[in-house]
Design a protein around this ligand. Structure first.
Ligand code: HEC
Ligand code: HEC
Ligand code: HEC
Ligand code: HEC
Ligand code: HEC
Ligand code: HEC
Ligand code: HEC
Ligand code: HEC
Length: 666
């Protein structure tokens, strides 16, 4: 059999073929030993050997073009001498022989020519990526807007306002390093390494773009056995597994295990909640700019977070594949299934339900109100048009998209006339907006409490409301949250525990400690971190257990928390040990790097302290704490500087707000 596979498969060049091979055809040892591991990727070219049609169709899909080498086939931008001049950046695009080149300014303000090595996307826009000598892939400052009459656009300026070289999103800075920030969702089989000694990144992947194994799981073993058991069929798995495999890329999230921990990365077949926490409404403390005041995402690429809030998902179990299909199956635009995707579930609507000759289901229930810089995207929260929330909270509604000349009040009046039962359904979003909108924060207690307690509400929204409750109303939080702690949804349990952390509810430490053995990793971790923030004695053994258990050793927060605790005790060796583990896992955990510098400085090892600080500044050249300490070391002003540095330990321990992204990047 093997010879046949080899003969068929061998005619193509391919990137990665699994190493383990049959040693001898007559061996008596178990068959299994000679097959590729279930984690081994084959690459789409190998799949094509037996699934030619699927491959050819996929190759023309947008998924396939999520990342591509900069060749004439894939570059869509105008490189014929185009010029862009914005407030934050200036760029000149031209060709030099076969190469595409962008001339722009670096951090020091010096103009240089940067070769475009890769491009990302092409449907609506295309980003250009240049590769630096140290292996960093940097996203160049302007992108080409395909659907915007071919304009070049500075995305960061559009999103963040004018930015200078010190801004984290300046194009040469770490937040624009694609290896860490983009490739996880734009490649297949990513393997990312960082070498601290040489400060160099090594990046490899099996396929550029979203290829077969991103949706079907690593397939080297299946490519040899051809067995169904060795590959995932998204149409034949449990609904939550099916949803997870798309969700993993279609919405921003915090990985539970660090990106460089290859062993613990998500694979199709996994459940989302075991690997990620979705970012919903709050970005640790404030409402994120990517959400409307009523809790719906306001940006594109949040389809998962949006769908989780819909009744179609909550009551109907809809997944992405209820409406979309594989890129290699017959489909309409946007990979939609042929036919009317809504009526497959909503058969019994009144024939005149819409009261309009031309408006479609999507026009009213998935209106194009989300922004992706210049484009508008469909709202996957699939809700009832709600002009009252436009009046009260500035949230756009479907009716006024078409009736832009009418007031939202008149639209609400028309709704109540045509759809008398509408107000009952609209109440849900009105309450969510009353709860979430920071403008009414001081009056939001009743609404927040109602959302947290509402068993029919989306767990992700109840969790976000719990966080806001803990921050805005610490004294009232325990009485609302404690009776709910045994909720089935692990994300909700996590957020409820965190709300007690925000509320600093030390009197409830016992209730928190009851979750140190929860079946969910994220819940166990949250319980331990909240106890640590209370200064509770049970925290340290719980954190040690997480840090030592092989199943959770890859988590980084326990190591950081243990490091901080040890430093507080004055046990600098233990602190250094834990923090070193943390930065081995997350080399760009800047606050941990600065803490390591503090520890060395306090022990008089200034050379090593300087190394840690230099490393921190590599990831964020304008990190205030690191710059300040560097100045002290250089000015030998260490005596006063580092003796006050007990306070230097303070910025990090916001561990109750465990998702504070700037503090604890994954
Ligand atoms: C050597 C030929 C061969 C190669 C290479 C191959 N497959 Fe298959 N694949 C098959 C055959 C044969 C079946 C049908 C199995 C059956 O029906 O029992 C199949 C079935 C499948 C199925 C459906 C499984 C199911 O449960 O019905 C998927 C999905 C799949 N392959 C994906 C892939 C992917 C992805 C790759 C590349 C990593 C790949 N295949 C490589 C031969 C191959
Ligand atoms: C590994 C990450 C990843 C996975 C897994 C993934 N996607 Fe995507 N998806 C992307 C990216 C990136 C794009 C944008 C590609 C581009 O335009 O170049 C995209 C684009 C799309 C589009 C727009 C395509 C079009 O033709 O207009 C749809 C629809 C979509 N994905 C649905 C899904 C569904 C459904 C699943 C699960 C079966 C899924 N995706 C799995 C990353 C992913
Ligand atoms: C964006 C996700 C995605 C990508 C990328 C993808 N598939 Fe699929 N594939 C699916 C989904 C979803 C189904 C199930 C479709 C259904 O049940 O209607 C499927 C079904 C299949 C099947 C079984 C049904 C059939 O068409 O025979 C095979 C085989 C398959 N895919 C092979 C491949 C190969 C080979 C590639 C790469 C060339 C690939 N797929 C890329 C999502 C994907
Ligand atoms: C969490 C996964 C994820 C990450 C990380 C991610 N993307 Fe995407 N990206 C997507 C998805 C999914 C889409 C498809 C658009 C949508 O869902 O509306 C997309 C679309 C795009 C598009 C539009 C493609 C087109 O054809 O119009 C560009 C350009 C892009 N991403 C660039 C980037 C860059 C640059 C980064 C890093 C700074 C990045 N992405 C990080 C998931 C991701
Ligand atoms: C109830 C049906 C339905 C479900 C469920 C659904 N979608 Fe969609 N999706 C649509 C429709 C309809 C459109 C096109 C809207 C329009 O006309 O612009 C769309 C568009 C998209 C687009 C294209 C964005 C763009 O404008 O380029 C992406 C990407 C996408 N969906 C991803 C997903 C993902 C991922 C999921 C699962 C988390 C999902 N969808 C679930 C119906 C659905
Ligand atoms: C997988 C089945 C399924 C699909 C596909 C589906 N829905 Fe639903 N949807 C449901 C169920 C079940 C409910 C809950 C019943 C109810 O609230 O009356 C629901 C509720 C709704 C509601 C009421 C929302 C609310 O907050 O009260 C609207 C509006 C809706 N769907 C629109 C759509 C549209 C538009 C589409 C197509 C783009 C669609 N649905 C596709 C199953 C589905
Ligand atoms: C012109 C706007 C408009 C159009 C078009 C429209 N709807 Fe609605 N829909 C509404 C309003 C307003 C409500 C709330 C009224 C209510 O609850 O009775 C609603 C309620 C619903 C509900 C929940 C109440 C129920 O009767 O089950 C569902 C499901 C639904 N729509 C699905 C659809 C589908 C599917 C389509 C396309 C065939 C569609 N709608 C077209 C405005 C519209
Ligand atoms: C896709 C665009 C679109 C959407 C969305 C839409 N309408 Fe309309 N509406 C129209 C058009 C076009 C007409 C003209 C006659 C027709 O097509 O029925 C109209 C007619 C009307 C009329 C008749 C009086 C007039 O102004 O001509 C009312 C009232 C109305 N719409 C209210 C609503 C309400 C309320 C909603 C939201 C629930 C809504 N519409 C959503 C396009 C839209």
């Amino acid at each position: 059999m093997f010879a046949i596979v080899l003969a068929v498969a061998g005619c193509r060049e391919r990137t990665a073929r699994p190493a383990p091979r049959r040693a001898s055809a007559t061996s008596k040892r178990g068959e299994d030993e000679f097959l590729p591991s279930r984690d081994a990727y084959a690459g789409s070219e190998v799949c094509a050997d037996c699934h030619q049609k699927n491959h050819d169709r996929w190759a023309h899909s947008w998924h396939a073009r999520a990342l591509a080498k900069a060749t004439p086939n894939d570059v869509v931008g105008n490189f014929g001498g185009a010029h862009f001049h914005g407030e934050s950046s200036e760029a000149w695009m031209r060709k030099r022989g076969d190469a595409y080149v962008m001339r722009t300014r670096d951090r020091a303000g010096k103009q240089g020519d940067f070769d475009v090595s890769y491009v990302i996307g092409a449907k609506r826009m295309q980003d250009d990526v240049t590769v630096f000598p140290d292996g960093r892939w940097q996203v160049l400052p302007v992108y080409y807007h395909v659907t915007g009459h071919g304009a070049w656009v500075d995305y960061n300026e559009k999103k963040q306002g004018q930015i200078g070289p010190d801004h984290p999103f300046f194009w040469t800075n770490f937040r624009r390093t694609a290896n860490k920030e983009c490739l996880e969702c734009h490649t297949t089989g990513l393997d990312l390494r960082y070498d601290r000694a040489t400060h160099a990144w090594r990046t490899s992947f099996v396929d550029a773009g979203v290829a077969c194994e991103a949706c079907h799981g690593p397939g080297a073993r299946h490519a040899e056995t051809k067995a169904k058991e060795d590959i995932l069929h998204p149409g034949h798995v449990a609904k939550d597994v099916q949803l997870s495999l798309c969700a993993r890329c279609h919405g921003p999230r915090e990985p539970i295990f660090p990106l460089l921990d290859a062993h613990d990365q998500f694979r199709p077949g996994d459940r989302y909640g075991d690997k990620f926490q979705p970012l919903v409404v709050t970005d640790s403390t404030d409402r994120s700019g990517e959400y409307f005041a009523d809790g719906r995402p306001s940006s594109s690429s949040f389809e998962y977070q949006a769908l989780l809030q819909s009744r179609c998902y909550l009551a109907g179990g809809a997944t992405c594949l209820s409406c979309h299909t594989a890129p290699h199956e017959d489909h309409e635009r946007d990979d939609l299934k042929p036919g009317d995707v809504c009526l497959s579930c909503h058969k019994n609507l009144a024939p005149d339900h819409g009261h309009h000759a031309k408006a479609t289901c999507v026009d009213c229930h998935m209106p194009p109100t989300l922004s992706g810089v210049l484009d508008k995207f469909a709202d996957h929260a699939i809700d009832i048009p709600n002009p009252l929330n436009t009046v009260r909270h500035g949230v756009p509604n479907a009716c006024n998209v078409c009736h832009a000349d009418k007031s939202p009040q008149s639209m609400q009046a028309a709704i109540e006339k045509w759809w008398p039962s509408a107000p009952a359904r609209q109440r849900r979003r009105l309450q969510l907006a009353d709860a979430i909108d920071e403008k009414g924060a001081s009056m939001s207690l009743a609404a927040l409490t109602a959302v947290v307690r509402d068993a029919s509400e989306a767990p992700s929204l109840r969790g976000a409301a719990a966080q806001l409750l803990g921050q805005r109303f610490p004294t009232q939080t325990p009485s609302v949250v404690i009776p709910l702690l045994h909720e089935r949804d692990a994300l909700l349990r996590t957020r409820l525990l965190e709300s007690l952390g925000y509320a600093n509810a030390r009197a409830n430490a016992e209730d928190v400690a009851a979750f140190l053995d929860d079946p969910s990793v994220e819940v166990r971790q949250a319980a331990a971190l909240v106890l640590a923030s209370f200064g509770d004695a049970r925290a340290t053994p719980a954190l040690q257990k997480l840090a030592n258990d092989p199943a959770t050793r890859g988590l980084v927060r326990p190591h950081i928390a243990l490091g901080i605790a040890a430093a507080r005790r004055g046990d600098f060796d233990a602190a250094t040990r834990e923090l070193t583990v943390a930065v081995d896992e997350v080399p760009y955990a800047i606050d941990a790097l600065v803490l390591l510098a503090d520890l060395d400085a306090r022990r008089g090892n200034l050379a090593s302290a300087r190394n840690w600080l230099e490393e921190a500044l590599r990831f964020n050249p304008s990190h205030r704490g690191a710059l300040e300490r560097m100045r002290m070391i250089n000015g030998k002003d260490v005596g006063t500087g580092f003796s006050r540095s007990r306070d230097g330990l303070k910025p990090v321990p916001t561990l109750t707000g465990t998702r504070a992204r700037t503090h604890l990047p994954q």
